[in-house]
Design a protein around this ligand. Structure first.
Ligand code: FPP
Ligand code: MG
Length: 297
């Protein structure tokens, strides 16, 4: 993984702009899930390390833009770039990172360049859907799933498929694994927004709902509420919540098993993915999936 970190830094440094490098050092490092996935599937080679670095640069760029869009001042418990340097700088650093990623992509096989760049279009469409879905309470599960597929799963799916292409493995099998890993990842993220304390999250608990995001646990809970409780839930949508209101939401989620059902669905996606790769060489993808589903932050 250190080689991936170095490759990312080299790519940014190749632009020969000291300020870009300086800003890049301030970007909070993530779990590097996509890079780990690529190295597990393709093994560590010069090309796979380059692919992993490109994908992580693009992913970092998307989060820089996302924090501007979400007005988020923290990222993984650290100050976000927009908090430190303002929106303009955060957006431009995002543009620098993802355009560098794209130019580096042209040195990889064309099928891989297409797969990754196409996923970035989906990612952007997904972010737009996320923003527009937040305009009103969304009780449509299909729209939510389509949005999280595009916003989160598409780049993970493309990473896994591209790594398989590099390794001469069947890309369709790994694409499906990546897709389900991505969907489960986002659903777990949405669950943690409800179950974890603000200290663990590095942002206020129940933040999604306050921001107008009707995630799966809300959707499942809403379905099972009677008319009276439904209108209470709707009245709390996209507003600051006091302690009593937060507690009410959490209680209804427990009563209706809305939270549990969302977790079961994420696990089901995980098991489905493990089943699909069960005849493939064991490179540790099961552990990645389990860690992801069991994570607490
Ligand atoms: C995080 O979602 C956001 C994403 C995974 C995708 C964001 C994509 C874009 C902004 C499109 C632009 C793309 C490029 C390459 C510049 P979230 O807000 O639900 O998660 P969070 O809690 O981690 O913020
Ligand atoms: Mg966000």
């Amino acid at each position: 993984m250190e080689k991936v970190e170095n490759a990312m830094l080299e790519m940014v440094a190749s632009l020969k702009d000291a300020r870009s490098v300086e800003l890049f050092h301030q970007v909070p490092k993530g779990k590097r899930l996509r890079a780990k996935l690529i190295l597990k599937i393709a093994g560590a080679s010069e090309e796979s390390i380059r692919l992993a670095a490109i994908v992580e640069l693009i992913h970092a760029a998307s989060l820089l833009h996302d924090d501007v869009i979400d007005d988020a001042f923290t990222r993984r418990g650290e100050a976000s770039l927009n908090a430190l340097f303002g929106n303009k700088t955060a957006i431009m650093l995002g543009d620098i990172l993802y355009s560098k990623g794209f130019s580096a992509l042209t040195f990889l096989p064309q099928k891989i360049a297409f797969t990754i760049s196409n996923a970035v279009s989906l990612l952007s469409v997904g972010e737009l859907l996320d923003v527009e879905l937040a305009d009103a309470f969304n009780a449509d599960e299909e729209r939510y799933m389509d949005m999280i597929y595009k916003k989160t799963a598409s780049l993970i799916e493309a990473s896994a498929a591209s790594a398989a292409m590099l390794a001469g493995k069947n890309p369709d099998i790994y694409a499906l694994y990546g897709r389900n890993l991505g969907l489960a990842f986002q659903i777990i993220d949405d669950i943690l927004d409800i179950t974890q304390s603000s200290e663990t999250l590095g942002k206020p608990s129940l933040n999604d709902f306050k921001e107008g995001k009707t995630t799966l646990p809300y959707l499942y809970t809403y379905r099972k509420l009677d008319a009276k409780d439904r209108s209470v839930l709707l009245s709390l949508f996209a507003k600051p919540l006091d302690e009593t209101q937060s507690a009410w939401i959490k209680q209804k989620m427990a009563e209706t098993q809305g939270l549990e059902d969302a977790l079961s669905f994420a696990k089901k996606l995980g098991y489905e993915a493990l089943h699909v790769i069960s005849n493939e060489e064991d490179v540790g993808l099961g552990a990645i999936m389990r860690e992801m589903i069991e994570r607490k932050f």
